[in-house]
Design a protein around this ligand. Sequence first.
Ligand SMILES: [Zn+2]
Length: 159
Amino acid sequence: MKKRNKNIQNFSKILNSFFNLEKKLPAHHYKKVKVKKGLAELGLFADEDIKKSQLIIEYIGKTLSDKEIKKDPDNKYIFSVEKDFNIDGSSKKNIARYANHSCDPNAESEIKNKRVFLRAIKNISKGEEITFDYGEEYVKEFLLNKCKCGSEKHLYHDK
Ligand SMILES: [Zn+2]
């Protein structure tokens, strides 16, 4: 009888570990997120509460030289990491690319060892859209003073 109980325990342990495996986040994700209609087109949303300063997701893609990115000037998903080292985030596998720009963001991009991550700079509640400041160059080049972020004061305008 005792032995049988032990087997049941082991079996439930196996089930639990299997269940946890299933729940494991996809590669490059640190927090649960999902993609749906956001500020501008699709956006990245928190699918669990995220605390200020926690890592959310990595921005992934092919690495390109400065010369290579010049061949693709309309690609809005190029993240310039440093001189002659850029990440082309246009692949759909790069879920982080759905994070929209905001002039009052709740996350920021962080470069570490030539990799790019999004980190929360505010507490973000489940269901909230995750945004970061794309930077002056991008805003001027692609948003042309038509930022839809909804913040009262827009960054980089009229300068
Ligand atoms: Zn704005």
